[in-house]
Design a protein around this ligand. Structure first.
Ligand SMILES: C[C@@](CO)(OP(=O)(O)O)[C@H](O)COP(=O)(O)OP(=O)(O)OC[C@H]1O[C@@H](n2ccc(N)nc2=O)[C@H](O)[C@@H]1O
Ligand SMILES: Nc1ncnc2c1ncn2[C@@H]1O[C@H](COP(=O)(O)OP(=O)(O)O)[C@@H](O)[C@H]1O
Length: 288
């Protein structure tokens, strides 16, 4: 069995420029991976079948699973006759704005490249991944990147300044399509992406904290007031900066002192079931 880590991402910035004729939105965002990961196990089989095994009943076990789609795409594109059993140990909350499904697909692409001896480059894997979802190319590379286009054009960035991340996920699932669909671009505050990139380049933690922004908050916070409540609570408990990740509803806070982490974590546990303290991974994935 080959095991691969599939880390979650957060969006440090998420700007939407305009709606495109293909119904996607042109985005400009900074994403970075965190050490909250699913674990993907891959076992080759000779029957040609793709099987999904997961103890989590919310993980689709058929062709709706993005990891299934990744394996099928490789089989169809390269005429692979082998099959694979894909075991997904789910740690990343589902439909949370953390790209769990996309990361499972990306890890499956990286792992099957090795298991099926395909010898594809990481750029080729990322290009294939774009056929599965807009966040998959970023997840193939991992690390920290600016993503443009519909999210599939990836430009590597250096690791952000060292800090802790507190994540809190309210008990609601959010549909990415619904959130983009509800966006009204004439009345949103756009993040300063260039300032955030400069802050990352110079490892300036304070400047990074003041340059976070996500235009999708304008939609999700209106639909789900509990997300605003969690943001306020995180600020009150002492986080240096707080933002919703992706289309939500997960909220993350940046903290640069270990001493404050326990207070924020414990304070949030009072009224939110799913709270995590994680580190930024910063650097890119190795190929497998
Ligand atoms: C918002 C973000 C930010 O990282 O993440 P999540 O909240 O999903 O984690 C992404 O843009 C989500 O990417 P992903 O979840 O891969 O989306 P896709 O499967 O490609 O698209 C789902 C739907 O979202 C909308 N969509 C997605 C990407 C984009 N640039 N414009 C869009 O309008 C489209 O309606 C599309 O049909
Ligand atoms: N491997 C997978 N893990 C989780 N969800 C998956 C997976 N494959 C497909 N999905 C579907 O993708 C949807 C979005 O899930 P996810 O990727 O976790 O969230 P998000 O798009 O908010 O980052 C879910 O509703 C789920 O049914």
């Amino acid at each position: 069995m080959l095991y691969i880590k599939a880390p979650a991402k957060i969006n440090l910035t998420l700007d939407v420029l305009y709606k495109r004729p293909d119904n996607y939105h042109e985005v400009d965002m900074i994403m970075t991976t965190i050490d909250l990961s699913d674990r993907i196990g891959l076992e080759a089989s000779q029957d040609g079948l793709i099987k999904i095994i997961s103890a989590d009943r919310f993980v689709p076990s058929d062709e709706r699973n993005f990891a299934y789609q990744a394996a099928k795409l490789l089989q169809d594109t390269y005429g692979i006759k082998e099959g694979v059993s894909i075991t997904i140990d789910k740690e990343i909350p589902i439909a949370a704005g953390l790209a769990g499904g996309s990361s499972d697909a990306a890890a499956t692409l990286r792992g099957l490249n090795e298991l099926w001896n395909l010898n594809l480059t990481i750029d080729e894997l990322a290009e294939l991944g774009a056929q599965i979802g807009s966040d998959v190319p970023f997840c193939v590379y991992g690390g920290t990147a600016r993503a443009t286009g519909r999210g599939e054009k990836i430009e590597e960035l250096p690791a952000p300044p060292n800090c802790w991340i507190v994540l809190a996920k309210p008990k609601i699932g959010v549909s990415t399509a619904d959130v983009y669909g509800g966006l009204q671009l004439d009345n949103v505050a756009h993040p300063d992406t260039a300032k955030a990139i400069a802050a990352i380049a110079s490892k300036d933690y304070s400047a990074l904290c003041t340059s976070l922004g996500n235009v999708l908050e304008s939609v999700t916070l209106k639909l789900h007031p509990e997300v605003s409540m969690i943001k306020e609570q995180m600020y009150r408990l002492g986080a240096d900066a707080v933002l919703m990740s992706g289309s939500g509803p997960t909220v993350f806070g940046l903290v640069d002192s270990e001493a404050r982490i326990a207070r924020i974590y414990n304070g949030l546990r009072g009224f939110c079931d799913e709270v995590y303290t994680v580190r930024l991974l910063g650097e890119r994935n190795t190929l497998a």
